[in-house]
Ligand binder design. Structure first.
Ligand code: PMP
Length: 410
């Protein structure tokens, strides 16, 4: 069946809402995605019929909950085309996954003077954990700029990687520019220098097929809430041979083999990294969300995103005083940052809200990138599989109205 966003819209109950007496146009999927009805149903059924704590199999419900939770793990591994689910760790979100790597791997493997290479377009979630580590361990951070075409400068990246580089870490799709990073090429550069590659897939997993093996990633992280799952669950996949060597990140129940008063021994992977009661129903919701995305077809979603981004960029550019940021081309997904001359991005977003159009305004947790673009903040419209051309038209009309309104009062 051919992809049709107006049909997909019907899968999302919240999109029937009205906001300020207008039909909701939700263009903030990059911040968090809305939930398809089948995810809501899966979570509801799980709570009504199977819920209990996991891995404490003294009774039927606990066994059932454990089976559901572990099935979600296997499903998530398959979604990433990971070789096995043994090294798929459930975390709260992408941020926690990156912090886990910084603690479990970074604090044990890195020495003073070791280097981490990343780009100017990273989300703060892929900057601050490394800053904390740098302060503690004397690790050096090397930042790679964007080239003139607003893509990662691959020559500068190759130059930044040297004999002390232990980790290259970067986004798969930029949360500001919508840009697809050439991860397989970056993996080749990292591996030639003996460094590992961590990929921040927060903006890729909802939008395109991910194959960690084809990408050559050593670690890959994403958040459930951006793929249509509940908030509070995310996934970190790590190459199994690596993860096996890492010490725990958080300590507590579930992650131990045996505990004495003065010492503990730890469980095998992946449980070693899942201290405490995990996000059980959220994992079930994640399973349903990944089933949904695979059924719709991620390749079709990526084509749709890119076509919509082209359309939105063209229409927004036609509005006087609107400036759109980021590259154009086939590697540009459905995230469109822009500014309206003379109007603060927060005012633009508030004005759009009065027309029922939900967008984000701010620095998008990417302050270094904002500086590189020469702005403090932008408006950001972000699309997903339920976004239609009509939604983009409503956005463009609302932007034009907002500009006229603010122009009129200036
Ligand atoms: N990386 C990127 C590229 C993101 O867009 C985000 C979320 N905006 C994150 C990491 C962090 O995700 P979370 O807040 O779910 O941990």
């Amino acid at each position: 069946m051919a992809f049709d966003a107006s049909v997909r819209r019907l899968d999302f109950p919240i999109l029937e809402r009205r906001v300020h007496d207008a039909p909701l146009v939700y263009l903030d999927s990059a911040a968090s995605a809305q939930k398809p009805a089948r995810v809501l149903a899966a979570v509801d059924t799980f709570y009504r019929q199977h819920y209990a704590n996991v891995h404490r199999g003294a009774h039927t419900l606990s066994d059932e909950a454990t089976s559901h939770y572990e099935a979600a793990r296997a499903r998530t591994a398959r979604f990433l085309n990971a070789p096995s689910e043994r090294s798929l760790v459930f975390v709260r979100n992408a941020t926690e996954g990156i912090n886990l790597v910084a603690h479990a791997w970074g604090r044990t493997a890195l020495r003073e003077g070791d280097e981490i290479v990343l780009t100017v377009a990273e989300h703060h979630a892929n900057l601050v954990p490394w800053h904390l580590l740098a302060a503690e361990r004397g690790v050096v951070i090397r930042g790679v700029p964007l080239g003139r075409d607003q893509r990662v400068d691959m020559d500068a990246l190759a130059d930044a990687i040297g004999p002390r580089t232990r980790l290259v870490t970067t986004f798969h799709v930029s949360n500001v520019l919508g840009l697809l990073n050439p991860i397989a090429d970056i993996a080749a550069l990292a591996h030639a220098a003996g460094a590992l590659l961590l990929v921040d897939g927060a903006q890729a997993a909802p939008h395109l097929p991910v194959d960690v093996q084809a990408l050559g990633a050593d670690m890959y992280v994403f958040s459930g809430h951006k793929v249509g799952a509940p908030s509070g669950i995310g996934a970190l996949w790590v190459r199994e041979d690596l993860l096996r060597t890492w010490p725990p990140f958080l300590g507590g129940g579930e992650m131990i083999r045996s505990v004495e008063l003065e010492r503990s021994t730890y469980a095998d992977i992946p449980m070693r990294f899942e201290a405490g009661t995990p996000a059980i129903a959220e994992a079930v919701g994640l399973h349903a969300a990944l089933d949904y995305l695979d059924e719709v077809g991620l390749a079709a979603i990526w084509d749709h995103d890119r076509a919509l981004a082209r359309y939105a960029i063209e229409r927004l550019r036609a509005v006087e005083g609107v400036r759109v940021y980021g590259p154009e081309g086939d590697d540009r997904g459905g995230i469109v940052p822009f500014n309206v001359e003379g109007v603060h991005p927060h005012d633009v977003a508030s004005a759009l809200d009065t027309f029922g159009v939900a967008v984000r305004a701010g620095h998008h947790c990417a302050q270094p990138l904002m500086r590189a673009l020469g702005v403090q903040s932008t408006v950001r419209a972000s699309f997903w599989l339920h976004t239609t051309r009509d939604d983009v038209d409503r956005l463009v009309e609302a932007v034009a109205e907002a500009r006229a309104f603010f122009g009129a009062v200036a």
